[in-house]
Design a protein around this ligand. Structure first.
Ligand code: NAP
Length: 411
């Protein structure tokens, strides 16, 4: 194991290794965590308590996570003078699986966002967000239980790649001059200009990851969500390359939806279809139970994840992960909610559910199921944090850590 200046490698732990795209998980894996800023320390303390209890309840003394704190955000800046020390990236690469709380975006220091930097440097190319209703969570839908999807959002390309030029700058004028002069494009004077790159490389590795996820978890459908009717060579190509990956790399495990429409039996294979993005927003409202894994480019996925999360009760209970070839980083999807920092008040549900995803990623499904049962029990008993309590009748409002203890109590 390499040496770290700030982080301590916990005694008795072992490294998670990989064989091809499969993880080899020892009984005492070392898992790095980033506590996070603002409400991070509160929600992390509750989450760690819940995860440790789930592993003990499921496996007794046989398994245990050896947590290793790594620094990022304000805590890192206080201790090291840096927002994201180099060794934090190194630890995530070395130990392969990590979990984090939310991080403040430092303003005006040349860093766009610590989260974006982590994703970029570690090449975490798929953002994975399962969206499923937990019984008892207040929802604006009549039948929230009908939505059970996993959104795979591409993380590195699209208009989010950050290639853009401000209106009126010499750079924007030069790009416009090239496009209007040499490419015969019509672009108004003084336009701000952004570029939307979508590549076969970026698309195919992302879609392949979604298919492997579907196979591992026995999911039955995958929908490529795109706006290819308008943006043919980016979004349309995304769908074409997606079908190509399914056909060429997973011929026995997948079947295109068109063949099912022609009367073929799915026969246990994953049915691969596609939808235009605007229609997809209608479908998740009107026919949610017909959808399973939704694979999207970056921008569509950003919108769709929050819209779906709202259907099952909002971002407070929405988990996520950013996954690349060697590293997976699980995280809360909300921010640092600074006005509640240190008050032991907010809902730790989002990080707890991210930890459920992490345990499933390790193959520790028994522990993951215990947490899901515990969460459902605590929410069913209406012993919840302020955000859920204010939407429920007769709820008992509890603090962050106490909510964690309630989850443990219902495992
Ligand atoms: P935010 O931190 O997500 O908070 C917005 C509101 O959402 C809160 O005021 C609260 O609503 C509710 N909320 C968030 N987390 C909650 C929880 N665990 N339990 C209950 N309610 C919760 O968004 P923000 O204020 O826009 O962003 C603050 C900072 O977080 C910024 O620096 C931003 O850059 C950063 N950020 C980080 C991440 C990340 O690390 N992944 C993601 C997004 C934002 P009420 O006021 O209604 O109670």
């Amino acid at each position: 194991m390499s040496t770290y200046k700030y982080a301590r490698i916990p005694a008795g732990g072992e490294r998670i290794t990989a064989e091809g795209d499969r993880l080899r998980v020892p009984d005492r894996p070392i898992i790095p965590f980033i506590e996070g800023d603002g409400i991070g320390p509160d929600i992390w303390a509750a989450t760690r308590h819940v995860v440790d209890a789930s592993v003990t309840t499921a496996y007794g003394d046989e398994r245990e996570i050896r947590w290793m704190e790594i620094l990022a955000g304000e805590k890192a800046h206080r201790r090291t003078g840096e927002w994201l020390p180099e060794e934090t990236f190194r630890a995530l690469r070395e130990f392969r699986v990590g979990i984090k709380g939310p991080l403040t975006t430092p303003v005006g220091r040349g860093i766009r966002s610590l989260n974006v930097t982590l994703r970029k440097v570690l090449d975490l190319y798929s953002c994975v967000r399962p969206v499923r209703w937990i019984e008892g969570v207040p929802s604006p839908m009549k039948e929230p239980q009908k939505l059970d999807v996993v959104i795979f959002r591409e993380n590195t390309e699209d208009v989010y790649a950050g290639i853009e030029w401000e209106s009126g700058t010499p750079e924007a004028d030069r790009v416009r001059a090239f496009l209007t002069g040499e490419m015969q494009a019509a672009i108004r004077e003084a336009s701000g200009i952004g570029i939307k790159p979508i590549s076969p490389f970026g698309t195919k590795r992302h879609v392949a990851a979604a298919i492997r996820y579907a196979i591992d978890r026995g999911r039955t459908g995958m929908t490529l969500v795109h706006k290819g009717n308008i943006m043919k060579f980016t979004e349309g190509a995304f769908a074409d390359w997606g079908y190509e990956v399914a056909r060429e790399r997973f011929p026995d495990e997948t079947v295109p939806e068109s063949r099912i429409w022609n009367g073929e039996d799915a026969d246990g294979r994953i049915v691969v279809g596609d939808r235009i993005a605007d229609a997809m927003f209608q479908q998740v409202l009107l026919r949610p139970d017909e959808y399973d894994i939704l694979v999207t480019p970056n921008l569509n996925g950003d919108y769709l994840s929050d819209a779906c999360a709202a259907q099952v009760g909002g971002l407070g209970m929405a988990p996520g992960a950013n996954i690349g070839d060697g590293v997976a980083l699980f995280e809360a999807t909300h921010g640092t909610a600074p006005k509640y920092a240190g008050q032991d008040k907010v809902n730790p549900g989002s990080v707890i559910l991210s930890a459920v995803m992490m345990l499933e990623h390790l193959g520790w499904n028994e522990a993951a199921q215990r947490i899901e049962r515990g969460l459902a029990g605590a929410i069913g008993a209406k012993t919840v944090t302020y955000d859920l309590a204010r939407q429920m009748d007769d709820a008992t409002k509890v603090g962050t850590f106490r909510f964690g203890e309630e989850v443990v109590g219902h495992m």
